[in-house]
Design a protein around this ligand. Structure first.
Ligand code: GCU
Length: 687
């Protein structure tokens, strides 16, 4: 055989030997040195803790580490202490979390000092929007890891068990301790005997990792499953039905976590169908769960096609009910008042309900942020929300503190993230989407941690300076300078880039209908619910653009506590990032930069596109530091992202230009797509 063929074969072999498909997430096997672990007790959870230490120890060779369960008041719930002897905790799970923290610090080179770490939220939970047929609502990483269609749908295979085990380990490694296994648009099937058996099998695998299972339930289940004439929450038969169903569930899964309920929202049934309130509905189910320690997470994502501004509706429905919920009901509210947009101000519900547990719901799956194509690191967005001042109890009453129990007495503190996990070999469909799963866990554990730290940790754990190089020569051995720092910078900028090329300056919900991927500011078919069409949100006309939510308009500003209401109302103080969220302004309104509003909009779209072009360059430059497989996967996704950013820019500028009737500033690159072409392509889906 010719030498060149041998070289090619060897090259291919080296690639396949090092094939890095991303399945290991941030939990790479980094090799270990000897460690002597002392742990008096043995249990499934403690055995995992010991194994993890033995397999991942990178500290002093032959060191002795003591794992000790001892009550200590400074340690809360499943928190832990790392000290010079080892790890101390009140619970077995606390020990396991301490082990993961210690190993993470060893692997990332973070100093290991004496420390106590307590979780910000008691319940740190993933919400899977998985359907019993295996599809996932807003899932972009393949089908469900829990459910599938077909004759073998309910058979628990070894492959299932292996995957659930890996999933549980990954979650535990970042402190996640709960999973809702099915879609909030819930199928009643989930409560059937057969499905509950599969839930039990999942729970059995999760248990040693401290992960409880929860289910989404449909409010009309008594009628749908057992043919009851009503599902009215005050009807004695309905009450009994839920009590019995809950009893049955706990007899199968004794540590079952509870229910998540989407009621009277987007066509889902709820207590209002029977003239009852959200409190009456939630309390009825909560009462059934209470004897077993279960909880109800009741979603505040409610809006109806009324004349009332959609952004006001959750607050209007829920705040008057404050104080009326049982203490095992948690009101779960999306971070913003509308719907997981690239940027929204925080939901005014946070801090306004003072006698009720309120949980932030974040969306890890990138429904509105480029799905599994765009590289968008979400920690900065979540940090922005959690650190927002609500002023409900003066300065310092941030969204984080209003929800984590540090201001209001809440029996349960919860934070939820809508999962981005599927059967894709790399779990999330995009290597960098794994960072969002990781970030959710880290923020749920510590809601004041900075995005920069999360990105740094994740990169160090996920990529490695020892990556074999294929063909492209590294600039130097300086992994930190040539890989870590530029890629971290790219991650940290990526969310702002997406805001810039999708909907800057407070614009929101101008997505194409249904799939929520590309632009669709024009989309408004006759007869369609107006709050499901982009023109409802941008309100562009020849006079200007933006949604007036001041007292002259919908007055949504007055749901914010002072000084925020005044700050958002006043053009002099309203942050420009929220300008068109709160104001309808003329196209030649003067911005802080001295440009007109129209020009500023143009520059934002242009800069978003340019940012993605920069990301492409950064990624190309780090090729020598990344394994081949992940390098090409991300490179190809960035190309798509760049094309999409161009489409976003062209679509939005050309569409809005019809109203602004002003030129696109001449130092900005001209659009490359025709507006009619983009509209036609979008509309084809509806013909
Ligand atoms: C969004 C999303 C839906 C989802 C809903 C919810 O509207 O597009 O798919 O069901 O949020 O959070 O309930």
């Amino acid at each position: 055989m010719k030498t060149s063929i041998w070289i090619i074969l060897l090259y291919l072999l080296s690639i396949s030997l090092y094939a890095e498909d991303g399945h290991n997430l941030w939990l790479h096997d980094k090799g270990s040195v000897r460690v002597n672990v002392v742990c008096k007790k043995s249990s499934p959870t403690l055995n995992i803790a010991v194994d993890e230490l033995q397999q991942g120890w990178q500290g002093k060779d032959g060191a002795t580490i003591v794992l000790e369960i001892r009550k200590d008041k400074a340690i809360k719930s499943d928190g832990f202490e790392i000290n010079s002897n080892g790890i101390k905790a009140n619970t077995e799970l606390g020990i396991l979390y301490g082990v993961y923290e210690l190993l993470r610090r060893q692997q990332t080179g973070e100093p290991i000092e004496e420390m106590i770490s307590n979780p910000s939220y008691a319940i740190r939970i993933l919400n899977h929007w998985d359907n019993p047929d295996g599809t996932i609502e807003r899932g972009y990483a393949g089908h469900s890891i829990f459910w599938r269609l077909g004759e073998t749908a309910l058979v628990v295979t070894d492959a299932d068990k292996m995957l659930w085990h890996e999933y549980a380990r990954a979650n535990a490694s970042v402190g996640i301790n709960g999973s809702v296994l099915n879609n909030v648009n819930a199928s009643p099937l989930m409560l059937s005997k057969e499905y509950l058996q599969r839930v039990k099998a999942i729970a059995d695998i999760f248990r040693p990792y401290g992960i409880k299972v929860y289910l989404s339930v449909k409010f009309s289940s008594p009628t749908l499953i057992s043919g009851l004439k009503t599902s009215d929450p005050l009807n004695p038969e309905v009450i009994k039905w839920w009590q019995e169903k809950v009893k049955e569930i706990y007899s199968i899964i004794p540590d079952f976590g509870g229910f998540l309920v989407k009621a009277n929202s987007e066509g889902m049934p709820g207590p209002q169908d029977f003239g009852r309130t959200h409190a009456e509905g939630a309390n009825m189910i909560a009462a059934a769960l209470k004897p077993y320690g279960g909880i109800v997470m009741w979603r505040a994502f409610v809006y109806s096609p009324s004349d009332q501004d959609r952004a006001r509706q959750a607050y209007n429905e829920f705040v008057p009910l404050d104080g009326k919920f049982l203490d095992n009901v948690i009101i779960q509210s999306k971070n913003g008042p509308i719907d997981f947009q690239p940027r929204e101000p925080f939901s005014p519900l946070f801090g306004a309900m003072k006698k009720t547990s309120v949980a932030p719901e974040l969306q890890i799956t990138q429904e509105y942020l480029g799905q599994s194509i765009h590289l968008v690191f979400l920690a900065p967005m979540w940090e922005e929300c959690l650190q927002s001042e609500t002023y409900q109890e003066g300065a310092g009453s941030t969204v984080a503190h209003c929800t984590d129990g540090s201001i209001y007495l809440q029996k349960f503190t919860v934070i939820a993230g809508v999962s981005n996990i599927g059967l894709d070999v790399n779990w999330c469909g995009h290597v960098f989407a794994q960072a969002n799963w990781y970030a959710f866990g880290r923020l749920a554990w510590n809601n004041s941690i900075k995005s920069e730290q999360i990105a740094d940790e994740w990169l160090r754990l996920t990529f490695s300076p020892d990556t074999p190089k294929h063909g492209v020569t590294a600039l130097s051995d300086d992994w930190t300078g040539h890989f870590l720092l530029p890629v971290k910078q790219m991650m940290l900028e990526s969310r702002e880039a997406a805001v810039n090329y999708m909907m800057p300056l407070g614009l929101h919900h101008i997505f194409a209908a249904d799939h929520h991927y590309g632009p669709g500011p024009w989309w408004a078919p006759k007869g369609m619910r107006h709050d499901w069409t982009p023109p409802y949100y941008h309100k562009a006309d020849t006079n200007g653009i933006g949604f007036d939510r001041t007292s002259e308009g919908s007055n949504a500003v007055n749901q914010y506590h002072e000084p925020l209401a005044s700050k958002f109302s006043d053009l002099k103080t309203c942050p420009e990032i929220y300008l068109l969220w709160f104001h309808h302004l003329p196209w030649d309104y003067k911005m802080q930069s001295g440009r007109t509003l129209w020009e500023e909009i143009c520059y934002h779209y242009e800069s978003g596109l340019n940012q993605v072009r920069e990301f492409q360059k950064i990624w190309d430059m780090v090729e020598p530091y990344v394994d081949h497989e992940r390098f090409v996967a991300v490179q190809s996704k960035l190309r798509n992202q760049c094309r999409d950013a161009q489409i976003w820019k062209d679509a939005c500028l050309l569409y809005f230009q019809q109203f602004s009737r002003r030129p696109i500033p001449y130092d900005i690159e001209r659009p490359v797509y025709d507006l009619n072409y983009l509209i036609d392509e979008d509309m084809k889906r509806y013909r």
